[in-house]
Design a protein around this ligand. Structure first.
Ligand code: GTR
Length: 426
């Protein structure tokens, strides 16, 4: 297994800013199921002292906090504190949005510190017209290209400026990711849809620290790479929680029925947000892959050596000890799904997205079943990966869409079905 040997050889190398290592990614990557090493998926129920969790009480009060702490210390970082002051500013409001089928508002979340430091995040929110009388359940997620890319409405404010990428702020960017957001269909189905741009929380680059919300709490001038305690993924998840705080004050939204969703690196983020903040009632991971739903030990597609070097700001420094050392991680990504128990989790994969290891994404859900069982739930109820194109709906849902790495209408249909089941019918 050449890819594993090479990984071990290079494990101690900090690729830093040397771009030449990227040429070795192919050599470090395996896509062949036959070359998946023998691995054992650890049980989230097994405590550090070797004893086994036997009750939901034990899980909630002892084992769950232990795993959460492990993830904070070794992977996603600590949850940043609350700012000294939080306030909300209504930037715009329309009752005739999306061809007069929806309500729409833009809200700025202001964070201020006594030191004078300040940061803000802009939310774009669509809701069904009925939400004016009766608050609607919502889908909340972060986007890659600015709020203006998620809608075809031209008067939506641009966001994402903290990334300092002029391309994001060009008029041509408007409406380029409409399918990923599905706002018109969500509103028709009775849901609100809420988005913010992840760059506005932490600009997604190794030196994004000083422009991130984390600089409210620490002087990060000139800092780059991995931090001992904080991460970009942790900051993005924190931003989702602050957006949820806001939704509690918005009369159009029922904040007790919010599904958090995200695609790819933002799927890793939605899983971490859902795992660390139990107020999210449904947790959706779309093509989240390595560092998200995919089991690390399979080492199929992206692995720790690649992700930790390509995106050093996504994980804390201690995560580096698991580079080419997946088999010795004291946790596995089924633990991340288990942290959401017994809330519904939906995992979406794509058949051509081997980089994200669809089978590994499915299996992490199945290997969380034993934790769901403590709550009287079957979890996924199966260890057999559903056929491509079929929706498997359970407390841990799964589907394998035919096609590439993306979040499409096919994915959305499943997520909407699941939200209808849990938000409208139970
Ligand atoms: C890739 C990265 C993946 C995934 C993806 C994305 O470059 O290796 O882990 O997060 O980006 O976010 O689109």
């Amino acid at each position: 297994m050449q890819h594993i040997r090479l990984g071990k050889e290079l494990a101690q190398t900090d690729f830093g800013s040397d771009p030449s290592w990227r040429e070795r990614i192919d050599e470090l990557t395996n896509y062949d199921e036959a070359l998946v090493p023998d691995y054992e998926v650890p049980s989230p129920l097994l405590k550090a002292d070797g004893s086994k969790v036997r009750s939901a009480f034990d899980w909630v009060n002892f084992r769950r906090p232990e795993i959460l702490q492990l993830y904070k210390d070794e992977m996603y970082g600590q949850s940043p504190p609350l700012p000294d002051q939080v306030s909300y500013q209504l930037l715009s409001c329309r009752h005739d949005a999306l061809d007069n089928t929806a309500l729409r508002k833009e809200v700025r979340l202001h964070f201020r510190m006594r030191s004078g430091k300040a940061h803000y995040i802009d939310l774009l929110l669509y809701a069904p017209k009925s939400a004016a009388e009766k608050p609607a359940p919502a889908f909340l997620g972060l986007c890659f290209k600015g709020n203006h890319a998620c809608t075809d409405e031209k008067d939506v404010r641009m966001s994402g400026a903290r990334q300092k990428d002029p391309e994001l702020l060009q008029e041509e960017m408007r409406g380029t990711q409409v399918e990923r957001w599905h706002f018109r269909e969500l509103v028709k189905a009775g849901f609100a849809g809420v988005v913010a741009c992840y760059h506005d929380i932490f600009p997604d680059r190794a030196d994004g620290w000083q422009d991130s919300v984390l600089s409210l709490f620490e002087d990060l001038q000139g800092f780059r790479g991995s931090h001992q305690y904080y991460t970009a993924i942790g900051a993005w998840a924190w931003g989702l929680s602050r957006a949820l705080d806001y939704l509690h004050s918005d009369p159009w939204v029922d904040a007790s029925r919010v599904a958090v969703h995200g695609h790819s690196r933002l799927g890793k983020t939605s899983l971490w947000a859902g795992a660390s903040d139990p107020r999210f009632r449904i947790v959706i991971s779309n093509n989240s892959g390595c560092g998200g739903a995919a089991l690390a030990r399979r080492m199929l597609g992206e692995t720790n050596i690649v992700i930790a070097n390509a995106f050093p700001h996504w994980f804390v420094k201690p995560f580096r000890k698991y580079i080419a050392n997946e088999e010795n991680m004291p946790f596995e990504q089924n633990f991340l799904i288990a942290l959401c128990a017994p809330r519904p989790v939906a995992i979406g994969s794509a058949s051509e997205d081997l980089w994200a290891d669809p089978k590994g994404e499915f299996l992490s859900g199945a290997h969380a079943n034993e934790v769901y069982a403590l709550f009287g739930s079957e979890g996924s109820g199966t260890f057999t990966q559903p056929e491509p194109g079929k929706y498997h709906s359970a407390d841990i849902s799964y589907h394998l869409r035919q096609g590439k790495h993306d979040q499409t209408a096919f994915d959305w249909h499943h997520y909407v079905q699941i939200a209808e089941k849990y938000f409208f019918r139970s």
